[in-house]
Write a protein that binds this ligand. Structure first.
Ligand code: ZN
Length: 148
């Protein structure tokens, strides 16, 4: 089995049984993400306590790449500080759009490295990065209090 097969298996698995596919009750931070190129729609929820992401979850529908990326992201975010989450956003951005994959960087990202395969398919990069952009705006949203 080569690395690409392994990556494909990780994405298939997370798409078939997405982790943390649910809501988080308030107080929470949240944001909507939409990728019109593919039709992916995600809603990301975060619960933050003492500057640490206690819980991360998402809902929505989209292609296998967008769902698998969101599923892996929620697993990876738990226990991270807000600063670490933003740092991870930058690293994923680099992984998905950068010129060359750095092998040490790939290893440190664990399963998230499976998404590095999309760099060969520019239209798929938006699918893989959608949840990360949504997570970033959820972080910036503050502890939203709905007035509706
Ligand atoms: Zn997509």
């Amino acid at each position: 089995m080569d690395l690409n097969d392994l990556y494909r298996d990780v994405i298939v698995d997370h798409n078939r049984s997405p982790r943390n596919f649910r809501q988080i009750e308030p107080p929470r931070r949240e944001a909507d993400g939409f990728n019109p190129l593919c039709g992916d729609k995600l809603h990301v929820y975060l619960r933050i306590s003492d500057d640490r992401i206690e819980d991360a979850a998402f809902e929505g529908s989209g292609c296998a790449i967008s769902v698998a990326s969101a599923s892996m992201m929620t697993e990876f975010l738990k226990g991270k500080t807000e600063a670490e989450a933003l740092d991870l956003f930058e690293r994923m951005h680099e992984l998905l759009t950068g010129e060359e994959a750095d092998l040490d960087e790939l290893a440190s990202l664990g399963k998230l490295a499976a998404l590095s395969g999309v760099r060969q398919y520019p239209t798929r990069v938006k699918c893989a990065s959608l949840c990360w952009h949504t997570m970033k705006s959820a972080l910036a949203s503050g502890d939203a209090v709905s007035t509706e």
